[in-house]
Write a protein that binds this ligand. Structure first.
Ligand code: ZN
Length: 677
C-alpha cells in the first residue's frame, strides 16, 4: 500500500484527483489514516493550554480533516457516478464508521466548551461579518448535534447517527439494485408509437445490456418517460409503470419498507432528544422557512389550484382517450401518453418535432454562454486531464480577465453503476483561508446517449438546473471552506439552480442554440412560438406531483407514532387525506424516495424546491421587468448571491438582489395556476 495516491501530494494539473491511479483498495487505508489524522488535529485543538481564540479554535477546525475531505469527496463522487461491487462494499463498511467519527467530534465536550466560550464573547472578539457567522453557525451545528445533552443521551444520539448512515446507504443500494435488475425487452412489434430518438436510445440501451438485436427500456427516467409518453402499447406502458412504482417495495433482501420505518423512527427519536416534537420541527428550525406551519401554508397555497388545473387537464385527456377508443378510466400510465396527444392538438406541439432541436452539445454551449453573459466566466475544454470514465468531459473555467476560476466536469450519460437522477457535486471546494483554493465541480445527468444525443425540453432544463448548482460552487468567493458555494440552507440552495433554468427557455437562448441536429437550422419562429405558448401545459399534473411529494415528506416526518408505522396504510391514508388525483399518482413513493431516505439532506426538506421556486420566479421577473434577461446591473446583483455562499443570511442576500421581499405571484403565474384558482 506504499503507492496509495491519497498519501501523496497530487501533481496532476490543478491537483485534479489522479483518477487513473485510484483503485478501490486504496480507500479503506486512506479513510483509516484520514480519520486518525483528523482526530489528532481535533486533539491538538482541545489539548491546547492556550485560551480559546477564533484562530486557535474556529480556524484550526476549518483546517482540520483535509485528508478526510479529499478521500471522502473522491469516494462518494465515484460511488455515485461510477460504482462497482467493490465500492458498494466499502460504502456499506465505511458509512457507519464515518458517521461515528463525525458524531464523536460533534459530541466532543472539550471542543464544544471552547466554541461555547467564544460564542458567549462573540460581540467583543472584533470579528469580521463572515467570521461572526462562521462562529454562530458552528455553535448552532454543535447544539443541533447534541452538544448540550447529558452523556447517556449523547451516547444514544451517536448510536442513532451511526445506524442511520447504514440505513441510508442500504436504501440507495436497494433502489439501484431494482433499477439494474429490471428491463423491458422489446421486439420490433412493441415499438409502436415510439419516435426515432426513443428507438435509437432503446437500441443503445439494448447494446449496453448485451441484448442483441432487440430494444430495451430501463427504469432510468430518461428511458422510462419517453416510453410512457409515446408508446401506444397500453399493456407495456402499464408494465413499465408498475415496475417503476414498485422500486424498493419487493419483499426480500432489497425491500426498503422496513428500512423506512426504522429511519423515520430514529429521526423522530433524535428530534425528541433535542427537545423537538418531531423531526420536521427539528429540521425546519434551521431553515429559511423556520416552521412546518410556514411550509404547510406555502404548499396549500399551491395544492388547491394545482389540483383544479390537473382536473381541467384530465377532462381534456379523457376526451382524447374516448376519441381513440379507450373506454376505461385514465390510469397513471396513460397520463403522459394522452397529455402528449392533447399537446399536439392544442398547441400543435410534438415532443418528437422539438427534440431534434435540442442537441446535448449545443445546450451545453448555451449553458456556458449564459454563464459568460451573466457572470463573465468562460469555459475551455481540457481533453488532456485524467477522468474516471470516458464519458466525462473537463472544462477549465476562467474569469473575464483570464484568471483561473476552477474546473468543471460534465458526466452526462446514463449507464449501469450510476445513480439515477441528476446532481451537482464537488471534488474540491473554493476557499482562501491559506491561499486561493480553486473549486473542482462535477455535474451528473442521466441522458440517454444517441448520435448525436438529443434532449427533451425537460432534460435541457435539468442540464441548466445542475449547471446553476455548479456555478454556485464555481463563483464562490469566500474565506472559509464550510461557507463555500452551496453550503447554504437547504431551502435556499435550489434558488441559484432553479433561477438559471429560466435562461434555457429564454427566446434569445433558443434562437441561438436550439438548432436542428441535421440541418443546423435554428428552430423555426413558429415552432418557438408554439413551444413558449405551451409552457404552462400539463403544469397541473407536474405541480400535483411536486407538491404531493412535499406533502408526503412533511407527513412522514411529523408522524406521531413512527415506531409502529404501517407504510402501506400510511400511503393510502395520506393519498386520501390530501385528495391526490388517482390518475396522477405519486412521483416518488416512499420506498424509492431517495431524497428522503438515501441520505438525510432532503428529509423534511423536499418542499425546498417549491420554496426556492417562489424566489426564482420572483427573481427572474426582475429581469423581465428590466426588459433584458442579461441586464448588467441585475446580473451583478445576482452574482453576489452566488459569490456569498453561506457568509450571510439568505433572506438578506435575496433582498439585496431584488430590492424587496419575494412574493408567490410569479410562481403561480409561471405554472399557469392563477386562472384555475
Ligand atoms: Zn437542485
Amino acid at each position: 500500500m506504499s503507492e496509495n495516491p491519497f498519501f501523496e501530494n497530487w501533481t496532476t494539473p490543478f491537483a485534479l484527483p489522479p483518477f487513473e491511479r485510484i483503485r478501490p483498495e486504496h480507500f479503506p487505508p486512506a479513510f483509516d489514516r484520514a480519520m486518525a489524522e483528523h482526530n489528532a488535529e481535533i486533539g491538538a485543538i482541545t489539548g491546547s493550554a492556550a485560551a480559546p481564540t477564533f484562530a486557535n479554535t474556529l480556524e484550526a477546525l476549518e483546517r482540520s480533516g483535509r485528508l478526510l475531505d479529499r478521500v471522502s469527496r473522491v469516494f462518494f463522487n465515484l460511488d455515485a457516478s461510477n460504482t462497482s461491487d467493490a465500492l458498494e462494499a466499502i460504502a456499506r463498511d465505511y458509512a457507519p464508521k464515518l458517521a461515528q467519527h463525525q458524531t464523536q467530534i460533534a459530541l466532543d465536550a472539550a471542543l464544544f466548551a471552547r466554541i461555547a466560550e467564544l460564542y458567549a464573547r462573540r460581540q467583543t472578539l472584533g470579528l469580521a461579518p463572515d467570521q461572526l457567522r462562521l462562529l454562530e453557525r458552528c455553535h448552532l451545528r454543535f447544539v443541533r448535534s447534541g452538544a448540550l445533552l447529558r452523556p447517556e443521551q449523547k451516547a444514544r444520539m451517536a448510536a442513532i447517527t451511526e445506524r442511520l448512515a447504514t440505513l441510508h446507504t442500504l436504501f440507495g443500494q436497494n433502489v439501484l439494485h431494482d433499477e439494474r435488475d429490471w428491463q423491458l425487452v422489446l421486439d420490433e412489434a412493441d415499438l409502436d408509437g415510439l419516435p426515432d430518438f426513443a428507438r435509437t436510445a432503446a437500441a443503445q440501451a439494448a447494446k449496453e445490456r448485451a441484448v442483441e438485436g432487440r430494444w430495451v427500456v430501463t427504469l432510468a427516467r430518461s428511458s422510462a418517460e419517453p416510453f410512457l409518453t409515446f408508446s401506444s402499447r397500453r399493456d407495456l406502458r402499464r408494465r413499465l409503470w408498475e415496475a417503476w412504482t414498485a422500486r424498493g417495495t419487493h419483499q426480500g433482501a432489497h425491500d426498503n419498507t422496513p428500512l423506512i420505518r426504522e429511519i423515520v423512527a430514529l429521526r423522530a427519536e433524535q428530534a425528541q432528544l433535542l427537545g423537538y416534537d418531531n423531526f420536521a420541527a427539528y429540521r425546519l428550525d434551521d431553515s429559511m422557512a423556520k416552521t412546518a406551519d410556514a411550509v404547510e401554508t406555502l404548499l396549500q397555497q399551491v395544492w388547491a389550484p394545482a389540483k383544479a388545473k390537473a382536473h381541467e387537464e384530465l377532462v381534456k385527456l379523457e376526451k382524447v382517450a374516448r376519441g381513440e377508443g379507450l373506454n376505461e378510466p385514465i390510469k397513471p400510465w396513460d397520463w403522459r401518453y394522452y397529455a402528449e396527444k392533447v399537446r399536439q392538438t392544442e398547441y400543435d406541439l410534438d415532443e418528437a418535432e422539438l427534440k431534434p432541436y435540442f442537441v446535448l452539445d449545443n445546450m451545453v454551449e448555451a449553458a456556458f454562454d449564459t454563464a459568460r453573459r451573466l457572470f463573465g466566466v468562460t469555459f475551455t475544454e481540457r481533453s488532456d486531464l485524467p477522468v474516471y470514465h470516458p464519458d466525462v468531459r473537463v472544462w477549465e473555467v476562467r474569469d473575464s480577465v483570464g484568471n483561473h476560476v476552477g474546473l468543471f466536469l460534465h458526466d452526462n450519460f446514463a449507464r449501469p453503476g450510476k445513480q439515477s437522477g441528476a446532481w451537482s457535486s464537488r471534488y474540491r471546494d473554493q476557499e482562501t483561508l491559506d491561499g486561493t483554493v480553486a473549486p473542482i465541480v462535477v455535474n451528473n445527468n442521466n441522458f440517454a446517449r444517441g448520435t448525436p444525443t438529443l434532449l427533451s425540453f425537460d432534460d435541457a432544463e435539468t442540464l441548466f438546473h445542475e449547471f446553476g448548482h455548479g456555478l454556485h460552487s464555481l463563483l464562490s468567493r469566500v474565506r472559509y471552506r464550510s461557507q463555500s458555494g452551496t453550503a447554504v440552507r437547504r431551502d435556499f440552495v435550489e434558488f441559484p439552480s432553479q433561477i438559471l433554468e429560466h435562461w434555457m427557455s429564454a427566446p434569445e437562448t433558443l434562437r441561438r442554440y436550439a438548432r436542428h441536429y441535421e440541418t443546423g437550422q435554428p428552430m423555426p419562429e413558429d415552432l418557438l412560438g408554439r413551444l413558449l405558448a405551451a409552457r404552462t401545459f400539463n403544469q397541473g399534473f407536474e405541480t400535483v406531483e411536486l407538491t404531493g411529494s412535499a406533502l408526503l415528506d412533511l407527513d412522514l416526518h411529523t408522524e406521531p407514532s413512527p415506531q409502529t408505522l404501517d407504510l402501506a396504510r400510511f400511503e393510502r391514508e395520506f393519498l386520501d387525506r390530501i385528495g391526490m388525483p388517482k390518475e396522477v399518482g405519486l412521483r416518488h413513493r416512499p420506498a424509492h424516495f431517495q431524497h428522503l431516505f438515501a441520505g438525510g439532506g432532503y428529509a423534511a426538506g423536499y418542499y425546498a424546491y417549491l420554496w426556492a421556486e417562489v424566489l426564482d420566479a420572483d427573481g427572474y421577473s426582475a429581469f423581465m421587468e428590466a426588459g433584458d434577461v442579461f441586464d448588467h446591473d441585475l446580473a451583478e446583483r445576482l452574482k453576489a448571491i452566488y459569490r456569498a455562499g453561506d457568509t450571510a443570511d439568505p433572506m438578506e442576500l435575496y433582498r439585496a438582489f431584488r430590492g424587496r421581499d419575494p412574493n408567490i405571484a410569479a410562481l403561480l403565474e409561471q405554472r399557469g395556476l392563477t386562472a384555475a384558482q
